[in-house]
Design a protein around this ligand. Structure first.
Ligand SMILES: *Cc1c(COP(=O)(O)O)cnc(C)c1O
Length: 638
């Protein structure tokens, strides 16, 4: 096994790039990870390593968020064309009228790009809070595109929405709880404008997976069937029932099993049909978000995966709804989706440099026999030398563990020296490595020895903070694909887990994607001190991007926005650089006063200068240095 040549096919098997890449990422023959930002075979493609080299040339420190803005555009196009095709094929009589929920990634550049790419499809926006509404009012100026407003609302929120109605925008206020209805009616009347009303149904079907609490009887949002009827009656009494334009549900994010979608369409479709038959003129059927992302590439119902494609998703919605409408003899409503994750996940990644290795199994000490050494040391050495003569590897392991425990106890009792203990430990790791190497040839691996690989794996120290950059991986065990950005044509020599530069013991990644579940280490190349080594954490464009900015006072990352471009010699160009947080900015957000901090340091230094323990020139340099650090990037400079 070890002697066969390593090819990029092996790299694909190790990192599954084409499985999670969504058509955007692949491994090139030269071992570079490449991006095909338009997602089509004949489109341009460029190497992420070239982008990294250019980032370095621009003197932008890592870690950095790299956004492929074309990917965002491609995803908007993908969902819109997909629904259009299925609708045409099915002879469905309604239109597709999707919206992008800004909470998934509120970055202005992301929202702008989506709005721009979606303008020819009348693709709209969804907001779930007042600040989000403020931004969608400013950005969704297309009068044919929907603006869907979810989330709990107060009077100000509703007044803002009615302001949008006065601007002739298609703003639909979705009623999440019954009491909002009266507020909406009163506010609209006071402002003399007709509202467009949506009703969110509480569905019994669950999304299955981590977010399933978004639906079911105890769901936070939505009206029960009894409340829906009351809502219609109330609006009828106010002569506003003709304003009910949309029926909405959202069964959860990252729907892993297509069966949940089918069930939701069955239930929601019937509710729509029955309401229509009650003379409620609903025009839009809004299936919410939930379209998944196959983070681990397994195409399964794993939490980090999904067992369907976007075409299947669209087909199940369109055909499912058509059938119910035809049976119930009601018109085919326009279809709205609120997909966020699926639109944004692929477009951004985090590039981090590996700054070091933590390996407690490294042979760090000369363990040659010396006269008069303690018998525990000799025994451990003999065990290493005679491993082949033992009846089993398990026996060798058992003896080694015993000897090591004895040595530690002996040390605690003052029987052996620190140096002797160190030798025993060095030999112990040597033995475990030897056992592990031999296990590769064995057909059967005893249970106790199965975790050996992991115990022996090194940890690579990466220049990033898990909380900042991969918050979900820490908070909800979200798996994200991680892959070296070059050298994929070279056999990786180590299995490693990753640790970040924060002092938190949770600041590590020790779960990696694998087609049948997850693995605890990732194959990585040996570090070469003269050659920087970069890893990409991918599919971070949804939710991740905007979470946990403040943890450990690291703040936001540097960002570069990359566009593909045919005429460019490199096929891409960096359009914009957004500087990450400086220490000063992060500290100010936490109510510190950097000026005062600099002043205190200066005062202390001045005191030392007057005492003569620091000379004045050095003192000035130290003060400057402190101030430079305050103004500088929060991550490691290397
Ligand atoms: C979060 C949310 C979405 C987005 O869900 P995705 O799974 O990211 O597509 C859509 N609609 C509502 C109401 C939401 O709360």
């Amino acid at each position: 096994m070890k002697n066969t040549e390593w090819t990029i096919k092996d790299a694909e098997d190790a990192y599954h790039v084409s499985k999670w890449g969504g058509g955007y990422f692949q491994i090139a023959d030269n071992g570079d990870l490449t991006v095909r930002p338009n997602g089509v075979d004949d489109g341009i493609s460029f190497s992420i390593k070239d982008v990294v080299d250019e980032i370095k040339a621009l003197n932008i420190p890592f870690p950095a968020v790299v956004r492929f803005q074309d990917v965002l555009r491609s995803q908007v196009k993908r969902i819109n064309t997909c629904f259009r095709q299925v609708i045409e094929e099915a002879g469905y009589e309604g239109r597709y009228s999707g919206v992008y929920p800004v909470k998934v990634n509120q970055m202005r550049e992301v929202v702008e790009e989506i709005v721009d790419a979606g303008s020819k499809y009348d693709y709209g926006l969804e907001a779930g809070s007042k600040p989000e509404l403020l931004s969608v009012l400013a950005y969704n100026t297309n009068k044919n595109a929907l603006t869907v407003l979810n989330g709990y609302k107060d009077e100000e929120y509703i007044r803002l929405a009615m302001l949008g109605r006065k601007l002739k925008r298609k703003i639909i206020v979705v009623i999440e709880k019954f009491s909002e209805l009266k507020l909406l009616v009163d506010t609209a009347k006071a402002m003399d404008v007709e509202p467009l009303i949506g009703i969110r149904g509480k569905m019994t079907v669950k999304g299955r997976g981590k977010w399933e609490s978004s639906s079911g009887d105890r769901a936070k949002f939505g009206l029960s069937t009894a409340e829906i009827i009351r809502a219609v009656q109330y609006l009828r009494s106010e002569k506003l029932d003709h304003c009910i334009k949309l029926f909405h549900f959202h069964i959860g994010s990252q729907i892993t099993d297509i069966r949940s979608v089918k069930e939701a369409i069955q239930e929601g479709g019937r509710i729509y049909a029955k309401l229509y038959q009650m003379n409620v003129p609903i025009e839009y059927f809004d299936v919410g978000g939930g379209l998944g992302v196959d983070y681990d590439g397994s195409q399964s119902t794993n939490d980090s995966s999904m067992n369907y494609s976007i075409v299947e998703y669209a087909s199940d919605i369109v055909y499912g709804l058509k059938q119910i409408c035809d049976l119930e003899d009601v018109p085919h409503p326009n279809i709205v989706t609120e997909s966020g994750r699926a639109i944004t996940a692929h477009h951004s990644c985090i590039i981090t440099n590996v700054v070091g290795e933590i390996d407690n199994t490294e042979e760090s000490l000369d363990t040659k026999k010396v006269t008069g050494e303690h018998i525990l040391v000799s025994n451990m050495r003999d065990l290493v030398d005679m491993l082949d003569e033992l009846s089993s590897l398990q026996e060798g392991y058992n003896d080694a563990v015993q000897l090591k425990d004895d040595a530690i106890n002996a040390f605690k009792l003052g029987v052996i020296s620190l140096e002797e203990r160190a030798k025993v430990e060095t030999l112990y790791w040597k033995l475990l490595k030897k056992i592990n190497d031999k296990l590769e040839e064995e057909d059967f691996v005893p249970e106790e020895l199965q975790g050996l690989d992991e115990v022996l794996s090194a940890q690579y120290l990466c220049n990033f903070s898990v909380f900042q950059s991969a918050a979900d991986s820490w908070a909800i065990d979200q798996l994200l694909p991680i892959c070296p950005i070059s050298k994929l044509d070279v056999r990786p020599s180590k299995n490693c887990s990753l640790v970040d530069i924060t002092c938190d013991s949770d600041g590590k990644i020790d779960k990696f994607i694998d087609l049948d579940g997850e693995r605890k280490t990732i194959p990585i190349h040996k570090l070469n001190p003269d050659e920087p080594y970069f890893l990409g954490i991918f599919l971070t464009g949804a939710y991740q991007d905007v979470m946990g900015d403040m943890h450990n006072l690291f703040g936001r990352l540097n960002e570069v926005h990359v566009y593909g471009h045919d005429d460019d010699p490199q096929d891409f160009y960096i359009e914009e650089v957004v500087k990450g947080s400086s220490a000063e900015q992060v500290l100010s957000t936490m109510q510190y006063n950097p000026e005062y901090m600099a002043f205190t340091i200066k005062r202390s230094i001045d005191k030392e200068i007057s005492k003569g323990s620091i000379n004045p020139r050095e003192g000035v340099r130290l003060i400057d240095f402190y101030e430079d650090c305050l103004a500088g990037y929060t991550y490691l400079k290397k």
